[in-house]
Design a protein around this ligand. Structure first.
Ligand code: PBG
Length: 331
């Protein structure tokens, strides 16, 4: 930029291109579209359940019958993809429901793909919703075992794709999981199924409301031995480079808002599609302030989503997807 000739004021007046809505829209550098958005859904066992999550207003836990109705609405709004999180009835040490043939995600994926084959179904591959201890892997002596967990994650990914998932998104932060999952998918004939890696996932307090929604809070300790330290961004680039080398098709930065610099560094350093996760706490803060009348919720939502794209994200996983798609339609 520095070598671009820029005459000084009064020859240059940057306000000239801000004078009307038409001219502003013409020269807006970043635009949002419903194509960019992925909507997260929480699924529970049972029937006729649509239960609002108290810490995430307007977000729900759905039973399969109810989520099908939701998916129709999502498609009608022009949203192309959902990401599924499962809450099983039974949890155990090894999270066996994560890779069970009749697990909640497996059943939901089959039902959604049967009803709406055109809707892109992404599944979150992790164990924390399925383990009794709430950690993202197998535990020994109070620590999460890395290499043993890889096998479980690979089984989970294969079983999701077997049920019809279009894409898998591992969110566990074990070392080597992308390689393990890629090899497992390929050996089952799923070499065309993409992996969206939660590559730079931070140990963040912004996940608080999600853990209520997914009933996945760790029962002891925290996730700091596997999720990243919020102070680090050089390390994020190493995580991302490793995941790309292991075969990730899309890399994700999560959360989004406190990590826009990491999204931008990723964009400048690698030529690969980038996803950003606008997480639960980021959603709930906006909703709470809007409900209190302190901010204009819709405007803040659009500004946030635009900023995540401007930072360099190609797609955004967001609880705002439906509201944003509705607004984009009107504009
Ligand atoms: C599972 C997972 C989490 C989120 C997505 N996948 C929670 C966590 O790591 O504790 C958080 C999403 C959100 O806060 O919206 N590992």
């Amino acid at each position: 930029m520095s070598n671009i000739i820029q005459p000084e004021f009064p020859i240059t007046r940057l306000r000239r291109l801000r004078r009307t809505a038409a001219i502003r829209e013409m020269f807006r550098e970043t635009s949002l579209s419903a194509n960019d958005l992925i909507y997260p859904l929480f699924i529970v066992e049972g029937e006729n359940i649509k239960k609002e999550i108290s810490s995430m207003p307007s977000q729900f836990q759905f039973s399969i019958d109810k989520v099908l109705i939701e998916c129709r609405e999502i498609l009608e709004l022009g949203i192309k993809a959902v990401i599924l999180f499962g809450i099983p009835d039974e949890k155990d040490e090894k999270g066996t429901q994560a890779y069970a043939e009749d697990g909640i995600i497996q059943k939901t994926t089959r039902a959604i793909k049967a009803a709406y084959p055109e809707l892109l179904v992404v599944t979150d591959v992790c164990l924390c919703e399925y383990t009794s201890h709430g950690h993202c892997g197998a535990i020994e002596d109070g620590d999460v075992l890395n290499d043993q967990t890889l096998e479980l994650l690979a089984m989970e990914a294969v079983s999701h794709v077997n049920s019809g998932a279009d894409m898998v998104a591992p969110s566990d932060m074990m070392d080597g999981r992308i390689d393990a999952i890629r090899k497992a998918l390929d050996s089952h004939g799923f070499e065309n199924t993409p992996i969206m890696a939660y590559a730079a996932k931070y140990s963040s307090a912004f996940y608080g409301p999600f853990r209520e929604a997914a009933e996945s809070a760790p029962q002891f300790g925290d996730r700091k031995t596997y999720q990243m330290d919020p102070g680090n961004s050089d390390e994020a680039l190493r995580e991302i480079a490793l995941d790309i080398n292991e075969g990730a098709d899309i890399v994700m930065v999560k959360p989004a808002l406190s990590y826009l610099d990491v999204i931008r560094r990723t964009k400048d350093s690698f030529n690969i599609p980038i996803a950003a996760y606008n997480v639960s706490g980021e959603y709930s803060m906006v909703r709470a302030a809007a409900n209190a009348g302190w901010i204009d919720g819709e405007k803040v939502m659009m500004e946030i989503l635009t900023s995540i794209k401007r930072a360099g994200a190609d797609v955004i996983i967001t609880y705002f997807a439906k509201d944003a798609a509705r607004l984009l339609r009107q504009s």
